[in-house]
Design a protein around this ligand. Structure first.
Ligand code: HDE
Length: 726
């Protein structure tokens, strides 16, 4: 039998450009299952089924050190899950810069396009536990560890460019509010409950982030189809010591796409590992996900040119004001060998930087610089977590930090201090002021205060900019999300306070949300009178930023999109062939979905292999549906409730649907008929009679139309969707 490790090794790309450095290092730690079982001391185990006992029917003996070792190890298999971002999925890959960034930063991994820097990337949800579902409404973590020759650089970001709060002092409160309520530990992985909205409504600085969290950004279609952001303003420092402020962006090659909310909730039950599986399978299939690294750079002397404060993490810089320059690309091309050793034990830290990258004074970032080492010490059991294989740098590291729990390095010699004259110590010198990491020598202003800058006071202008920048369907999704979440809030005063705040974003938005909540119409004045509310307004030079919308971001690609082909005995398999070939050539992946596993017999008595069933892989697992022709087959489908539900649900979730010939009958209950011109958005009705599809040109055209409909991702403006039962 092939060992899992050998299978993994078979998938490994071979490159001689540095991208292998981490993999080669990890390989020295990996182990394959061997034929003979031994104890941890290497003693061969005589019998792995029976404990040592006093007579075959007698009690187990304390002497059984083999049993005790096995059970003891098992008892200690778990480590504490991350306090936030507990649920995650990760992959290995590499990063390469397009051209030298030396004008702006001295960071070595951003200089030479020939260098591929190994990376390990972990995506996560924030609120849920390790075993929670992937498709919950939540922010997604997007943490990248670059194993550079100057040390590890961690860009520990999210898929939303702003944050809920402005100061690290509020982070434990925010997290306590969103986590399951402490008295009964409900609800799991959801913000739709009283404590979250109580906190949010009392903290108007959350408003901008709330708009993002209620948008489809918070229910991504795939981890491969979301943006990433460094969120805070950082600094690039070049070799001359000059500083530019910088915001980091990750732009996905496949565009930015979300699920329908009803779909996301159903997926949580049907396949809780939906995103994890999607990432794993894409990489196994060689469809390596890819992002471009983008930067917005602001010269040091333009710090105050924006009206809002660059240090305020609830603000973004619209791309229309400072364009995002794409400076490199990241490819994820290898799944981890072991979830615990890699995905679970990886330890990120925004303070892991390299020369040429520095921090700003963002008070949220400053707090994070403390938190991450601290949390690893309790999560990973001590101060030596940097020695774990996944966390080890690929460049040498030396210092006189010593000992502690689980220490692995065997430091030789007499000396563990600096300066010293007894050791050889050549590599242990600190080399003056010019080498190594240099902090930007920023001048600071007294006095020492525990207070926020008034430039942090505007909490609504960018929330409004975000809302104004959405397409009509995106706005509707935001309204629906607020309605859903607040309808779960049991205390009416919390609902009221929230919609009163929303009135400062957009009066109509607030009114539409309030309408279904059994409360009074929103009252902007009441919000303004409450503690924590700031009236200060800055003006943005733009009213809309199209870059904030997710619409039309796929570039027409259907790569890796999943298409269901519905079948039953008697369908016309010939009517499928050209269309299937067309969509597969364009990069989509088809699965034949039938009433049972095995084969079905087509109208012409050909046996067609069924991949999955209507029940085990329902429509929410697909991006599009193809219903073939064939009177008898379509009749069988129409009589199967699961098959009918499959198509109607796909329609409700605004997915591309293609029907051939009689296949259109599955949409009859929606009043959709055989006239292709009368078909709703994203529904391709192939002409009848079916024999038309014997005409290759007509069939190709159908395939092309279907591909175009799938490439649009979803047809959110489709009519009649609410009328379809969920
Ligand atoms: Fe984190 N965050 N965070 N965070 N964060 C953690 O570190 C924290 C914040 C982010 O895949 C923890 O190792 C504080 C912003 C990601 O392993 C912890 C504050 C952003 C991950 C922690 C923030 C993030 C974490 C929990 C406010 C986006 C997962 C386990 C001052 C820019 C990394 C751990 C992974 C994880 C603290 C705010 C991103 C407790 C105190 C803003 C992607 O240290």
């Amino acid at each position: 039998m092939t060992s899992p490790h050998k299978a993994a090794a078979g998938r490994r790309p071979k490159q001689g450009d540095g991208s292998q450095a981490k993999q080669e290092q990890l390989d020295t730690f990996t182990s394959d299952n061997a034929a003979l079982l031994t104890t941890n001391q290497g003693l061969q185990i005589p019998d792995n089924h029976n404990s040592l006992r006093a007579g075959v029917r007698g009690p187990t003996l304390l002497e059984d050190f083999i049993l005790r070792e096995k059970i003891t190890h098992f008892d200690h298999e778990r480590i504490p899950e991350r306090a936030v971002h507990a649920r995650g999925s990760a992959a290995h890959g590499y990063f390469e810069v397009y051209k030298s960034m030396s004008q702006f930063t001295a960071a070595e991994f951003l200089q030479d396009p020939a260098v591929k820097t190994p990376v390990f990337v972990r995506f996560s949800t924030v609120a849920g536990s390790r075993g929670s579902a992937d498709t919950v409404r939540d922010v997604r973590g997007f943490a990248v560890k670059f194993y550079t020759q100057q040390g590890n650089y961690d860009l520990v970001g999210n898929n939303i460019p702003v944050f809920f709060i402005q100061d690290a002092m509020k982070f434990p409160d925010l997290v306590h509010a969103v986590k399951p309520e402490p008295h009964h530990e409900m609800p799991q992985a959801a913000s739709a409950h009283d404590t979250f909205w109580d906190f949010a409504s009392l903290m108007p600085e959350t408003t901008h982030m709330l708009m993002w969290a209620m948008s489809d950004r918070a229910i991504p279609r795939s981890l491969r189809m979301m943006e990433g952001f460094g969120v805070h303003t950082f600094r690039f420092i070049n070799a001359r010591g000059e500083s530019h402020f910088v915001k980091f962006h990750w732009k996905p090659k496949l565009g930015i796409h979300g699920l329908a909310w009803d779909e996301a909730q159903k997926i949580a039950g049907k396949d809780a590992d939906f995103h994890r599986r999607d990432l794993w399978e894409a990489i196994e299939a060689g469809d390596f996900p890819e992002w471009e690294l983008g930067v917005q750079m602001i010269p040091q002397d333009k710090e105050h040119a924006f009206g809002f404060d660059l240090l305020d993490p609830t603000k973004l810089i619209p791309e229309e004001m400072v364009p995002v320059q794409r400076i490199g690309r990241m490819v994820l091309n290898r799944n981890p060998d072991n979830f615990f050793a890699e995905t679970e034990q990886v330890a990120f830290h925004p303070g892991h930087v390299v020369p040429g990258i520095d921090f700003s004074n963002d008070p949220l970032l400053q707090g994070r610089l403390f938190s991450y080492t601290d949390t690893q010490i309790s999560r990973l059991g001590g101060a030596n977590f940097h020695e774990l294989p996944i966390n080890k740098g690929v460049c040498p590291f030396h210092n006189f930090q010593r000992d502690g729990m689980h220490r692995q390095t065997i430091a030789r010699g007499q000396v563990a201090y600096e300066p010293n004259s007894l050791g050889d110590g050549k590599e242990f010198r600190v080399d003056g002021a010019s080498a190594g990491f240099q902090s930007f020598p920023e001048a600071l202003e007294p006095p020492k205060v525990r207070r926020r800058s008034p430039s942090f006071d505007d909490h609504f202008t960018q929330a409004r900019l975000f809302f104004n920048s959405q397409t009509a369907p995106e706005k509707e999704h935001i309204i629906a999300a607020f309605r859903f979440e607040l309808s779960k809030v049991e205390v009416p005063a919390v609902r009221q306070r929230m919609v009163d705040n929303l009135a400062h974003v957009d009066e109509k938005l607030a009114r539409r949300v309030a309408e279904v909540l059994g409360i009074k119409p929103p009252d902007a004045k009441a919000a303004a009178g409450r503690a924590g509310f700031r009236e200060h307004r800055f003006t943005m030079p733009i009213d809309e930023s199209p870059a904030l919308s997710m619409a039309d971001t796929g570039g027409g690609s259907v790569k890796t999109r999943k298409v269901a082909i519905l079948v039953a005995d008697g369908i016309d398999s010939a009517s499928l062939k050209v269309i299937r070939e067309g969509i597969e050539q364009a990069g989509a992946q088809c699965k034949v979905v039938g009433p049972r596993l095995g084969t079905i017999a087509s109208a012409s008595k050909r046996q067609l292999e069924v991949d999955v069933t209507f029940v085990n892989t329902p429509s929410v697992m697909f991006d599009a549906v193809l219903v073939p022709a064939g009177a008898e087959g379509v009749r069988a489908l129409a009589q199967n409730g699961d098959a009918v539900h499959f198509v109607l649900e796909a329609y409700k979730h605004c997915k591309a649907i293609c029907t051939v010939g009689e296949g259109v009958q599955l949409l009859a209950s929606l009043g959709i008929g055989e006239d292709p011109k009368a078909a709703p958005a994203g529904v391709v009705v192939a002409p009848t009679p079916v024999t038309n599809l014997g005409d290759a040109t007509a069939a190709h055209q159908v395939a092309q139309d279907f591909v175009a409909a799938i490439a649009k991702h979803r047809h959110w403006d489709r009519a009649n969707v609410d009328a379809v039962p969920a």
